[in-house]
Design a protein around this ligand. Structure first.
Ligand code: IFM
Length: 454
């Protein structure tokens, strides 16, 4: 498919102070899994189980960022990134998930944060991007209410240490994905399949942990900007048939409202609760108020839409996603649909009114090979990024309090159950040599960031 590139929006469409940057997560890039006292996570175990990862590979080295972090920060500076979202590996800081802290682990993030600030890059830190310490996983993982309290203790420890330099904090990354893909679809750690009770418990206990963590962090650092990151996806019916319309509504309930409603309205959506009544976890008095502890900013991960048909042969929510013909899909099979980003931002503002939002992830996986001229020509990603940054400009013009756009991802990395088969980076990584090479899309994005605002 040929890609006629849309223009970037005018740089002046973004107010002074708006930040453009990129994102990564610890497990996907760091490697160094047995270095300087890091404990194991459930993803370390999962990646070494036969048959779980598409290319049979693990993340013991990944992008070797634990060793190459200085060079990676230099690269960000050369790209002119204004902000960088990274996650802290819980088992690097607390090898057993709770209890004694690992000083060397904390010191690594000290260096990383100091290095960002020295280069004029604003840090956005995420505390939990799916690498749950193994000791907590073995004690029940997110099915156990105790894990929520452990997250809050860990959050307090880290914000004490780094909160003098890091302003922006997210407790969780994509609790929906961790719960559903890990406990229902069986494609992520811990690898459970079809276990609705475990899935809903994982939703509730992550959100409870988020609320407790926000309270603990607020007490430790009253001026920090606190929030969480949700992956949101518009669900549209594949046809006007009432069954498909209802399926799209169920999909929206599971994917979007089941996380947004508790955080902003202190309740789970009634339709989801009714459909799952027999599998709902224990919700104690005070839990919902804790989950809805006010936050300062919401991170949104947006990639694509779901076009949904009713499918009675599948377990509840009984739907299947249909592929829209004739339009570009990434190697993840995700449609390039920037209108959905604008719609999502407007919907969130209308229905939930967060004080501030930022795009915590947005990007596309493409085949990305180094060509004979030594460059990585990736017009599909250029098309995707330009279209989605335009959608941000339109949302801003309609009053959405959008503060930053962070592309996923800074560099190619370990894409969970798909191993290294998906390249999302602005920067190409040769996983044999660890050579980094800025792709054309990375150079294009850098030129846009650097362009004059006038
Ligand atoms: O790589 C992931 C990331 O860890 C969470 N959000 C979606 C990305 C692409 O699948």
């Amino acid at each position: 498919m040929s890609h006629t590139l849309p223009p970037w929006p005018a740089r002046s469409a973004f107010p002074p102070g708006f930040l453009f940057g990129a994102a990564t997560s610890a497990f996907q890039i760091e490697g160094g899994v047995a270095t300087e006292g890091r404990g194991a996570s459930w993803w370390d175990r999962y990646t070494h189980l036969p048959g779980r990862i598409r290319d049979g590979r693990h993340a013991d080295t990944a992008c070797d960022h634990h060793r190459l972090w200085r060079e990676d920060l230099d690269l960000m500076q050369r790209l002119g990134l204004q902000a960088y979202r990274f996650s802290i590996a819980w088992p690097r800081v607390l090898p057993m998930g709770r209890g004694a802290a690992n000083e060397a682990g904390l010191a690594f993030y000290d260096r990383l944060v100091d290095g960002l600030l020295a280069r004029g890059i604003v840090p956005y830190a995420t505390l939990y991007h799916w690498d749950l310490p193994l000791a907590l996983a073995d004690a029940g993982g997110w099915q156990s209410r105790d894990t929520a309290a452990a997250l809050a203790d860990y959050a307090a420890l880290v914000v004490q240490r780094l909160g003098d330099r890091v302003q922006h904090w997210a407790t969780l990354n994509e609790p929906r994905c961790c719960a559903w893909v890990g406990h229902f679809e069986g494609r992520h750690a811990p690898g459970l399949q079809g276990d609705l009770r475990a899935t809903l418990a994982a939703v509730h206990h992550q959100l409870l942990g988020h609320g407790l963590a926000v309270q603990a962090m607020r007490a430790a650092r009253p001026t920090a900007q606190l929030g969480l990151v949700l992956d949101l996806k518009p669900h549209l019916p594949a046809s006007g048939h009432a069954d498909d319309v209802a399926a799209a509504r169920r999909g929206d309930g599971v994917f979007n409202r089941c996380l947004l409603d508790p955080v902003f309205h202190a309740s789970y959506p009634a339709d989801v609760v009714q459909a799952c009544a027999a599998e709902m976890p224990e919700i104690r008095s005070g839990d919902m108020a804790t989950i809805a502890t006010p936050i300062d900013e919401l991170g949104i991960n947006y990639y694509t839409r779901a076009v949904v048909a009713h499918d009675a042969s599948r377990p509840w929510p009984s739907l299947r996603e249909e592929r829209v013909p004739g339009v570009h899909h990434s190697t993840m099979g995700w449609e390039d649909w920037p209108e959905g980003l604008e719609q999502t931002l407007l919907r969130v503002q209308r229905e939930y009114a967060p004080k501030a939002v930022y795009i915590a992830e947005n990007g596309a996986a493409e085949p990305d090979e180094v060509s004979t001229d030594g460059l990585v020509h990736d017009p599909a990603r250029q098309h995707y990024l330009r279209g989605h940054v335009q959608a941000c400009a339109r949302a801003l013009a309609q009053g959405v309090p959008l503060q930053a756009y962070l592309a996923w991802s800074l560099m190619d990395n370990f894409e969970w159950g798909r191993g290294y088969t998906q390249r999302f980076g602005l920067v190409h990584v040769d996983f044999e040599t660890q050579q980094r090479r800025v792709k054309n899309s990375g150079a294009d994005y850098a030129a846009f960031i650097a362009s004059p605002r006038a």
